[in-house]
Design a binder for this molecule. Structure first.
Ligand SMILES: [Zn+2]
Length: 142
């Protein structure tokens, strides 16, 4: 295990990274030919089919709610209801996640609402007893 892996907490997705200052961020993979951005590493771009190596880019922390679903049934131990959201990150890609800090009620959640990415420690721990870090969306203050 590298020093960075020991210093940084485990993450829930591989594209959640930590900067030299320890601050978390989301990393995308950008097509060298058309500029399309993805959250996963891939062999070729699905938009232009380029096979050139992708460039790692820091994803923006702001976006708009594209669509959502209010989840009332989930795995044991997961608090419900919660808002499962798909967000269009500004000038980047779409990303699924959980929308927090809002009533899980359609009267309080609106498509097109401005959101931001925030990072939180989860209650879940890995085998070493370390808590995981994940990303969430929350409504953005104007
Ligand atoms: Zn492309």
């Amino acid at each position: 295990m590298s020093d960075a892996a020991l210093a940084n907490p485990p993450t829930i997705v591989p594209f959640l990274k930590f900067g030299a200052d320890g601050a978390p961020y989301l990393e995308g993979q950008q097509c060298a030919d058309c500029g399309e951005i993805y959250t996963t590493e891939r062999m070729a771009c699905s938009k232009c089919f380029s096979r050139k190596p992708f460039k790692a880019v820091k994803l923006p922390t702001t976006g708009e709610l594209y669509t959502f679903s209010i989840v009332h049934r989930s795995y044991p131990g997961i608090k419900v209801p919660f808002v499962s959201a798909t967000v269009d990150l500004d000038a980047a890609c779409s990303l699924k996640g959980t929308l927090i800090d809002v009533e899980p009620d359609p009267n309080h959640v609106k498509t097109g609402m401005k959101v931001e990415v925030v990072f939180r420690e989860l209650e879940h721990r890995n085998k070493e007893g370390r808590t995981y870090v994940s990303y969430f969306f929350r409504p953005r203050q104007a």
